[in-house]
Design a protein. Structure first.
Length: 236
């Protein structure tokens, strides 16, 4: 459920401070204990395991230069204005009709493995806080445990250190992108006297998902808002 941009901005800053205070050594210990080993099964590249691939601004810009048609506004637009325009913090990778990644071959192999995106390089590791079923917020370090790959492999200390550093760098970049988006959006709404009303936004979102017409989405590209069009069928 969307909250106001300024409230979310405060929460993101708190989250970034918590991430910066998290001891890297603890994540290294968890990585070593889990012992995840990728078997290149391709499951993480399918809709059954991941709804969409969110791209950091640097990855989106790189893809824009090589295959711009593969970019789409990231799903779950969190904000809108009275004119019906939506706003989102970045781009996602367009999928095939079955929901699989466009770069996943028929043999379930990544066709750009050596040049894959930041999130793909660190998956299934992550480092952010999530609420459990009781609402208790705690750190989540692994995604899809026991759903793909193999476990209990012996990982050299230098590899655990490199992985932990990469995970922390990714999560930091993600939060910084979210903060920049919310800062820009807050300034835009203030300058243009736009008031975000969650009830109206939820209604617009339902109408978009039920409709057939395109919606205008302003996507934060890391520097400014880029005007894009979104097709309902790709977000249902």
């Amino acid at each position: 459920m969307s909250v106001s941009p300024d409230a979310e901005l405060a929460a993101l800053r708190t989250e970034l401070a918590a991430l910066q205070a998290y001891p890297k050594e603890k994540l290294e210990e968890i990585i070593a204990e889990v012992g995840f080993s990728c078997t290149c099964c391709g499951r993480c590249c399918t809709r059954a395991f991941n709804g969409h691939v969110f791209l950091l601004s640097a990855d989106a810009e790189r893809l824009r230069r090589s295959a711009p048609e593969m970019l789409m506004p990231a799903p779950d637009f969190p904000y809108s204005d009275a004119s019906g325009n939506f706003y989102v913090s970045g781009y996602a990778l367009r999928t095939k009709q079955n929901g699989d990644c466009v770069f996943l071959s028929e043999e379930k192999k990544c066709t750009i493995y050596e040049d894959r995106f930041a999130i793909c390089r660190i998956y299934p590791y992550m480092l952010h806080r999530e609420p459990d079923s009781r609402g208790h917020v705690d750190w989540r370090q692994i995604s899809g445990l026991d759903e793909h790959g193999e476990y209990d492999a012996v990982i050299p200390p230098e590899e655990t250190a490199q992985t932990a550093a990469a995970v922390i760098a990714y999560e930091t970049a993600y939060l910084e992108q979210e903060i920049a988006f919310h800062e820009a959006l807050t300034a835009k709404f203030s300058q243009e006297n736009i008031r975000f009303v969650r009830r109206d936004h939820d209604r617009r979102t339902r109408e978009f998902l039920k409709g057939v017409a395109h919606a205008t989405v302003y996507v934060w590209d890391g520097k400014m808002f880029s005007r894009e069009e979104a097709v309902p069928a790709e977000y249902r």
